[in-house]
Design a protein around this ligand. Structure first.
Ligand SMILES: *Cc1c(COP(=O)(O)O)cnc(C)c1O
Length: 397
């Protein structure tokens, strides 16, 4: 039996599904980079990007993935010999710290494990202990894409303020932007990094660094030519003269994606959709878990991301399920990234469902239906009534 012919659903947590509108916008011959449509597109895109990030600060656009944006953000405000406090809740903040280390930036890491969000009180303690303000920045993620943890960024800022510490707050929203609620200015985030291929629904290749006046005042003049954010905040200057050839087709695709967000009712409507669809998936996962080994990695729903859910399924069931739903249902689930345990070095007992970006009710219900078929086909024990529980969440709105 093979029921995978038809439209695939790539439900890994990035790259996410690109809408036809985005792909079609990119399917064009090269536009002039000096005048005309592309110049207008870039100028109009800056306010729209800031609206999605909820900031009046600046945004620099790079031809880079998230790794590039990480490096850009760090290099503009941190110099070799500086210290950054890294708050790890899975895989990604720690990796950002490693990238900093390679640039000569020292890191102090607080590891909150793989099932819990960061604890603002522990951060406050660490900052209070840093009496001579050696720590120049606090680095963390809003959503950790490996664990599905959603960190409390407003709470983190409050802890930094209570400690009276001047470090910059730098947040990776690569997985969470336009999925999980994020208020850059209201929450006092100084630097935020994002990329095109997750909530922004555009193929990988654009990296974004948003920054406020406090971050601007900490400019590292030793920043490299390419990563320097200063020329990039003036779009007409950057695209024509300072940054090399513009990422023409990606910009056209992103324009279409930002239009889709606006047509849906703006980023708040998009957050609301993600919240509902995430809760739909959790209702099914929790019901299956009542009669078998399935377990959402993060127990507290308030600390779960609305962009991705990581799950334990025991033994090698994660990998078996992924293989089954892909072969038989055209559904590709995410691997158990970095979730290995001593008895499961490759993370075969885990999987992830990406529910970020261009995702709607029938895609999530369809994915859950195929997962249910997989659990039955593979004789993985599971509770009954999961699909009804999921449909109920959507029915109630
Ligand atoms: C995907 C992701 C990254 C890495 O982005 P790349 O574009 O793959 O370099 C970093 N942080 C988080 C939270 C992510 O989800």
């Amino acid at each position: 039996m093979n029921l995978s012919s038809g439209r695939d659903y790539l439900a890994i947590p990035g790259p996410s599904v690109s809408p036809e509108r985005v792909l079609n916008a990119m399917h064009t011959s090269a536009p002039n980079i000096y005048e005309g449509k592309l110049v207008d597109v870039v100028a109009g895109m800056i306010p729209d990007l800031k609206a999605v990030a909820r900031t009046k600060g600046a945004v620099a656009i790079y031809i880079a993935n998230g790794h590039g944006a990480w490096e850009a953000a760090a290099m503009n405000v941190l110099a070799p010999g500086d210290t950054a406090l890294v708050l790890a809740t899975g895989r990604f903040a720690a990796l950002w710290g490693t990238i900093c280390n390679r640039m000569g930036i020292e890191t102090e890491v607080i590891d909150f494990g793989r099932k819990a969000a960061l604890d603002p009180e522990r951060v406050e303690e660490a900052l209070r202990a840093d009496t001579n303000h050696r720590i120049k920045a606090v680095l963390t993620v809003q959503t950790d894409t490996a664990t599905g943890v959603l960190n409390d960024i407003a709470g983190l800022r409050a802890a930094m303020d209570r400690a009276g510490h001047p470090a910059l707050l730098m947040v990776d929203c690569i997985a969470s932007l336009a999925c999980d609620r994020f208020e850059m200015d209201d929450w006092g985030v100084d630097v935020m990094v994002a990329a095109s291929q997750k909530g922004l629904m555009t193929p990988p290749g654009l990296g974004f660094v948003f920054f406020n006046e406090r971050a601007k005042a900490r400019q590292n003049n030793g920043v490299s030519y390419y990563w320097d954010w200063r020329p990039r905040v003036a779009p007409e200057g950057f695209y024509q003269y300072f940054g090399g050839t513009a990422p023409t087709h990606h910009l056209l695709g992103l324009r279409a994606a930002l239009d889709l967000i606006a047509e849906e009712g703006g980023v708040e409507a998009v957050w609301h959709r993600h919240d509902l669809l995430a809760r739909t998936a959790w209702a099914a996962f929790e019901t299956w878990g009542q009669g078998g080994p399935m377990e959402i990695n993060v127990a507290d729903p308030k600390r779960r991301s609305r962009a991705v859910t990581a799950l334990a399924l025991g033994a090698d069931n994660g990998t078996r399920l992924r293989r089954w739903v892909e072969t038989n249902g055209g559904l590709t689930l995410g691997i158990g990234l970095g979730m290995s345990a001593p008895d499961d070095p490759k993370g075969d007992g885990f999987f992830r469902l990406g529910h970020m970006g261009h995702v709607n009710a029938h895609m999530i219900l369809g994915a859950l239906g195929v997962i249910e078929a997989g659990l039955r086909a593979l004789d993985i024990p599971h509770g009954n009534g999961a699909l009804g529980a999921a449909a109920d969440v959507i029915a109630r709105g």
